[in-house]
Design a protein around this ligand. Structure first.
Ligand code: PFF
Length: 509
């Protein structure tokens, strides 16, 4: 246990946590969710979600990792023997998310180059889907491996594994300390260029004009909570893993507040940049902003290339945008791969090199074989939906219910937080986690479940064998694998875990 690596100091940890939080979700998801959710009025559900669930859960996860000092499975195991499986569930979800998230970063790398000469021509959609990704449009797993996607994907994985091999402090923290300031600087240049275009003001009006009626719609509130969970990287196991590498005396809640507000600040900046650019495009095409609004892949790989082609100095704008996606994406990717690597290191007594090579290598191979194929885009779509709606939300729900109603550990956790932190938590924090968070997460989980069971998945609906295999099959498979991994004997941690339990018997409050 003494060999567990540590963050050198609080700022190293804060940078790593911001690196994890600030990702594709901030840039391509937030602006759209805010716009759809009432524009300026969205500030109310957004802040409510942040204060009533996002930050309280963030504190709880820090407390788990910091008190029990292990990867997700080891932390849960130390908390209570039978709960190790939850940690492995998170590891499985992180595995799945990492293998597709890396692919988006690979696309963005390629698009930095495409921006220079606007390689996409006039039809950006068909360029992306047909020429670049070479999608067959059907769901067969046959077809070739697309070199133009595969090569940057290999680069992403080699880079990620080299960083992880260097460790928590020398790899992850250092990477974030360089990439996050760089990202902010580049993004500010992008925002300035976007704001100077004609039509930018209309874009901002579209984003910020409040539509108070939207607040009556429960789906807007659910979207706000969903955005906060995804954006803060909650329930992936990342925060437990990182907090386990913190020195004993670290101001946990103070750090959490810095991370949460930095993440929201970046979301706001991204909203301004994205909507100024959309306003410009709408004006250039002589249409309303509402007609050009997009999110996710459509925003980054269909709309932005059009903007780049239309704007004077578009090449620079494109490079700034796609480099931002790469920087934001890589710092999130390393965090989620670390969840998996750390867990195997703990359980099977692997050293760093072995865990990075074996487990990181396995993730890289799966990602590189499956996604640069003729069905890669569909695969990414379905795994993303299931991993988020059922994986992350399900794991988050299980954890809050377990700690508040099952093991009744919130008091112990709040005592732990207050012992080391500046910002104290008390009854309000416990009530939020006992009542509000489980209700919201439960509602999200059940409504998505009912919707997906009734309507299937995809626009237009994907074939059921495909959804059954890569959606439901994958989700249930992860749970089965989690039970198997939890049942295997510990190679390192168990002696340690029991010694720890004993040492806590007397000391435990
Ligand atoms: N907070 C991240 C984001 O906004 O993109 C969520 C995330 C996704 C973290 C995927 C890590 C990851 F690999």
């Amino acid at each position: 246990m003494s060999q567990r690596q540590q963050f050198k100091g609080r700022s190293a940890f804060i940078f790593a946590a911001i690196g994890s939080a600030v990702g594709l979700g901030n840039i391509w998801r937030f602006p759209y969710v805010a716009y759809e959710g009432g524009g300026g009025a969205f500030i109310i559900p957004y802040l409510t979600a942040l204060l009533t669930a996002g930050i309280p859960l963030l504190f709880l996860l820090y407390a788990i990792g910091h008190k029990y000092r292990g990867s997700a499975p080891l932390s849960f195991r130390r908390m209570s023997r039978g709960t190790e499986v939850i940690g492995w569930w998170q590891v499985g979800i992180s595995f799945v998310i990492a293998v597709y998230y890396a692919v988006v970063i690979a696309w963005a790398i390629r698009y930095v180059g495409f921006s220079a000469n606007q390689a996409w021509g006039d039809d950006t959609v068909s360029f992306f889907v047909d020429d670049f990704l070479q999608q067959s449009g059907d769901f067969g797993m046959g077809g070739g491996w697309v070199v133009a996607v595969g090569v940057p994907l290999i680069i992403v994985w080699v880079f990620t594994l080299v960083v992880l091999r260097a460790g928590i402090q020398n790899g992850i923290a250092r990477l974030s300390q360089v990439f996050i300031p760089l990202l902010v600087a580049i993004f500010i240049l992008l925002v300035i260029q976007a704001l100077r275009q004609p039509g930018a003001a209309e874009g901002l009006n579209a984003l910020f004009t409040p539509n108070w009626a939207a607040l009556k719609d429960s789906s807007v509130w659910v979207a706000a909570y969903g955005q906060i969970f995804f954006s803060l990287s909650i329930a992936f196991g990342i925060m437990i893993t990182y907090a386990a590498h913190l020195k004993r005396n670290t101001n946990l809640t103070g750090s959490g507040l810095v991370v949460a507000f930095a993440n929201s600040g970046f979301e706001l900046l991204a909203g301004i940049g994205v909507f100024s650019a959309l306003g410009f495009m709408a004006q250039a095409q002589g249409v309303q902003v509402a007609e050009v609004v997009e999110s996710g892949i459509g925003l980054a790989f269909f709309a932005f290339p059009q903007i780049v082609s239309t704007m004077p100095g578009g090449a620079v704008f494109g490079v700034l945008f796609f480099v931002s996606l790469v920087l934001a994406g890589i710092t999130s990717l390393v965090s989620i791969v670390e969840v998996v690597i750390d867990a195997f290191e703990d359980k099977f007594n692997l050293n760093r090199t072995a865990s990075v090579a074996l487990i990181g290598g396995l993730m890289a191979v799966v990602s590189i074989l499956l996604f640069p194929t003729a069905t890669g885009l569909n695969l990414l779509d379905v795994t993303d939906h299931f991993a988020n709606s059922f994986g992350i939300v399900g794991a988050g729900l299980t954890i809050v219910i377990l700690l508040s109603w099952g093991l009744r550990r919130l008091r112990v956790m709040s005592a732990h937080l207050n012992e080391v932190s500046s910002f104290k938590v008390g009854t309000t924090w416990m009530v939020l986690l006992t009542v509000i968070t489980p209700l919201i997460l439960g509602f999200m989980f059940i409504s998505e479940l009912v919707d997906t069971i009734q309507n299937g998945y995809g626009e237009p609906a994907m074939p059921s064998w495909y959804v059954n295999t890569f959606g439901w099959g994958m989700s249930i498979g992860l749970i089965v694998i989690a039970f198997i991994l939890a049942a295997l004997p510990w190679r390192r941690g168990v002696v340690e875990a029991e010694a720890y339990e004993l040492s806590q018997k007397g000391a435990n409050r």
